[in-house]
Design a protein around this ligand. Sequence first.
Ligand SMILES: [Cu+2]
Length: 210
Amino acid sequence: MYTSLQPIPQRHWWRLGIGTDEKIWISVAYTWCLVMLFWMIGWLFLGNQNQIGHSYRVTINGFANKMDQMVDKYQLKDASGNPMAEGSNDIPVVQVPPGGNMYIAAHQFAWPIIPVLEVGKTYVFHLSSQDMDHGFSLLPIVLNLQLIPGYDYILHLTPNRTGVYRLVCNEFCGLGHHLMTGKLYVIDTAHGVVLDGKGGVKGGEIGGAI
Ligand SMILES: [Cu+2]
């Protein structure tokens, strides 16, 4: 066997013909590349995993106002009637009616709201950014979308399992990027799966990661 530690066994070795086994290997690899290339189009039509979103130009302030109006209208109240918020930054917990619009205007370095969704219902998420590119990644499911200032990316989301999901930014957005974590609740009021008021959900089976 030849290694780079030994002298070159034959001058102009790169001019030699390609061996049969190598030709077979290159053909297999190249064919597979082509198969995978065209299969990417197939995934758009097969399965439900691909989001074909729409996006629209918006103004950054206009979009942020929409989110503020939504929070004013749909922020949940806790047992004592105070607006429900979590964490040291008092992130509002917001539940819009099924079919409603959920606006998320991300910014450095926090997710501005904690959405509450009913399982099996479809919501229209509007995703954008107030400063720079952020990534919308919902864990533990594989969902990665890009949030760009000045664009409203529309995502139709129908959660199929209750629980507490994690929201992380997957686009490096500055020194505090790693702090940009949030959450999303999926509840099932009809079957008694509701917020426990302590950062989790209670009742029934909990499908999402805690
Ligand atoms: Cu980030």
